[in-house]
Design a protein around this ligand. Structure first.
Ligand code: ASP
Length: 336
């Protein structure tokens, strides 16, 4: 099967499972402890979880699982906020951010990297092959090429068309939950597309890993870096406690060191749910007036396999996958 056909088949399968899962979304959110388990942000997290689960359920490591899961939306031609079909910045350049972290503290990330379809795998190489944590821009591209990642022109025709539509007004005004509005529909000019795949996995022994990947805020300034490749902001994982990841307006998450905060709150005894709620409420308190126009969502998983999720606005969805069900999708509770 050609790559393109494989991508189409995968995304159709993902769309079908998402549709099925949606019907049962009203079911109670997963309160119970269960491990191994994989959780991901947004509807496209269903397919990402399944990619990770294939690895984990066959005895693979949590690190291999989260990388495999993150590669699913990165390859999806219908996903305009992650990977190869992401929307570009205001100069029409597609720049990708990604990070990966192991519960033992090892981590790697790339920011504003161009021409590389799987930034999550480059992030892993940064972690494993360099003494550094984060490579950016041209340096990240140079490293990826040295590591034999193919250099590609990634700007998809649909993404370019959307950018040209946006140029007509050139307004930068991120909207909440754009994934819900545009994923799979691919309408050019759906102005302010963003959203991130954040994925966390725990294995049967309580070992954790996480991955985060995004094209960031569409129409951002060239060179803008969001929370996703910043360890402690978009992703943080600690085997002693659990992991957290985020989506939404990255600037707000960086300002509050959001994912680190969620993990530290869990360390102090809060449940994953309570920790996500406190982190979101801090942003709301600080941003009193503008909070109604912002979306930030946190997703957390502790070493026992308990899940928490909370967002500023309604509409943040998250996917949960374990031995009992591989396509569960839930609406997160919200502050507003
Ligand atoms: N957090 C991402 C960023 O700021 C975007 C998103 O998840 O909506 O780049």
């Amino acid at each position: 099967m050609t790559n393109r056909r494989r991508f189409l088949a995968a995304s159709l399968a993902a769309a079908a499972t998402t549709a099925l899962a949606r019907t049962s979304r009203a079911a109670a959110a997963p309160g119970g402890k269960r491990r191994p388990r994989v959780v991901s942000t947004w509807d496209f997290g269903v397919a990402a979880n399944q990619g990770a689960w294939q690895v984990l359920s066959r005895g693979g490591s949590v690190l291999d699982a989260v990388e495999a899961g993150a590669r699913v939306p990165e390859a999806d031609p219908n996903n305009h906020s992650v990977g190869r079909a992401g929307y570009p910045d205001r100069d029409g350049r597609l720049t990708l951010d990604a990070s990966i972290m192991d519960g033992n503290g090892d981590c790697g990330a790339v920011a504003a990297v161009e021409h590389i379809a799987h930034p999550i795998s480059v992030a892993r190489r940064v972690m494993e092959k360099t003494p550094h944590v984060l490579l950016v821009g041209d340096g990240a591209l140079q490293f990826a090429i040295e590591q034999d990642f193919p250099k590609e022109n990634l700007l998809a025709p649909e993404s370019e068309q959307a950018w040209r539509e946006w140029l007509k007004k050139s307004e930068y005004k991120p909207t909440a939950n754009s994934e819900n509005q545009t994923y799979g529909k691919g309408k050019p000019g759906d102005a302010n597309n963003h959203d991130t795949l954040g994925l966390l996995a725990v294995d049967a022994q309580g070992r954790l890993a996480g991955a985060c990947t995004t094209s960031g805020m569409a129409w951002k300034l060239h060179g803008r870096v969001g929370d996703s490749p910043i360890i402690g902001a978009g992703l943080y994982v600690d085997n002693e406690v659990g992991g957290a990841t985020s989506t939404g307006v990255g600037e707000e998450v960086i300002r509050t060191a959001g994912s680190f905060l969620v993990v530290e709150l869990m360390r102090q005894g809060r449940s994953p749910q309570q920790a996500c709620e406190e982190a979101v409420k801090r942003i709301v308190r600080k941003r009193m007036k503008s909070a109604k126009d912002l979306q930030v969502g946190f997703l957390a998983l502790n070493r026992a396999g308990e899940v928490g999720a909370f967002a500023i606005q309604k509409g943040f969805t998250y996917a949960v996958c374990d031995a009992s069900k591989q396509d569960a999708l839930f609406d997160s509770a919200s502050a507003l």
